[in-house]
Design a protein around this ligand. Structure first.
Ligand SMILES: *[C@@H]1O[C@H](CO)[C@@H](O)[C@H](O)[C@H]1NC(C)=O
Ligand SMILES: *[C@@H]1O[C@H](CO)[C@@H](O)[C@H](O)[C@H]1NC(C)=O
Ligand SMILES: *[C@@H]1O[C@H](CO)[C@@H](O)[C@H](O)[C@H]1NC(C)=O
Ligand SMILES: *[C@@H]1O[C@H](CO)[C@@H](O)[C@H](O)[C@H]1NC(C)=O
Length: 281
């Protein structure tokens, strides 16, 4: 992880040089490149598959400059779980209505916690529960009777997040690009920077179901406790149908957090051996 992380960081420093306006700042960084040019970083991924997060490595700019890296198994090697009908990359973010660097600087200057975020977002969209003039909402279209893979990243700066889909269980199969012993849960908990891949079976009546995420906070610290939503939309269901909301654990449900984290076990106790496992199905 450290190796890959540092390669990703270098890649990002390259990307960031496009955004950094101060020449002095850019001059202190390696692998920078000029605006309009490109930079290729060649690196090996060893023993990992799944999804990892890349992001800006200059403090709070990571709130806005990020995306995912999907690492597939070697060609010819199956997943150790049923092949999904489709994969959805699902990035959970944290949004401020103001310039994130100013928010951070202000917090540092006055020595208090920086202002909490104004919203969380799923693939950049907060969903219809926010009083925005436009109801920006991410929707995943699915067909009944299939299995889908959601590759989820918590790209929030500060918040641990619960994540659930109304009426559907989630089967956790990978965390931080390592296969896990699969387990089924109504909701997942995901820390900032963490990744989690889940299988979702579309075994419910065709409808529109809310996908929801909200912060977990069990200490007396103010937190952005608003719920961001996206929609799991069965094919053929019109957009006028009101989606059903999932039941997320209470914001301070530390018992859920503890029991969830205890279920996270590696599929291969010592080392990932890509060629010798038997797929579950
Ligand atoms: C990646 O691994 C191959 C084979 O071991 C090696 O030849 C190559 O130099 C490695 N590349 C990097 C960037 O480490
Ligand atoms: C979700 O899992 C619970 C516990 O295993 C089970 O009782 C329930 O029927 C499952 N729900 C769905 C929609 O598969
Ligand atoms: C959410 O946080 C606000 C303060 O930021 C608080 O007034 C409100 O009660 C909280 N809501 C819940 C459901 O915890
Ligand atoms: C969670 O907060 C509620 C009030 O909002 C409180 O009644 C409950 O005791 C808290 N639970 C935990 C585990 O702290």
């Amino acid at each position: 992880m450290a190796g890959l992380g540092s390669y990703i960081m270098l890649l990002l420093l390259g990307i960031l040089c496009l955004l950094i306006t101060s020449p002095a700042e850019a001059a202190t960084r390696k692998n920078q490149f000029d605006s309009g040019s490109s930079y290729t970083n060649d690196f090996n991924v060893t023993g990992q598959r799944g999804i990892l997060w890349w992001h800006a490595h200059i403090p709070w700019l990571r709130a806005t400059v990020y995306d995912d890296l999907v690492i597939m198994p070697k060609p010819g090697t199956p997943f150790p779980f049923p092949k999904p009908a489709k994969e959805f990359e699902t990035l959970l973010g944290e949004w401020w209505n103001s310039d994130v660097e100013k928010v951070e600087n202000q917090g540092n200057t006055i020595g208090l916690l920086p202002d909490m975020s104004d919203a969380h977002a799923i693939n950049g969209k907060p969903g219809p529960l926010f009083p925005c003039s436009e109801k920006h909402t991410f929707a995943m279209e699915v067909e009944q009777g299939k299995t889908y893979l959601l590759r989820i990243i918590n790209a929030a700066l500060n918040d641990e997040l619960f994540f659930a889909i109304a009426g559907h269980n989630l089967t956790v199969v990978e965390v931080d690009a390592v296969y896990t012993k699969p387990f089924t849960t109504q909701a997942i908990l995901i820390a900032p920077g963490q990744t989690t891949n889940v299988l979702v079976q579309t075994n419910q009546a065709p409808n529109r179901y809310f996908i929801a995420t909200r912060a977990f906070m069990d200490a007396p610290i103010p937190v952005d406790n608003k719920t961001a939503t996206a929609i799991l939309q069965y094919k053929g269901i019109p957009n006028t149908v009101l989606p059903v909301l999932p039941q997320l654990p209470a914001s301070n449900d530390s018992a859920f957090a503890l029991s969830y984290n205890k279920k996270l076990l590696a599929m291969f106790p010592s080392k990932l051996i890509e060629t010798s496992f038997t797929p579950l199905v």
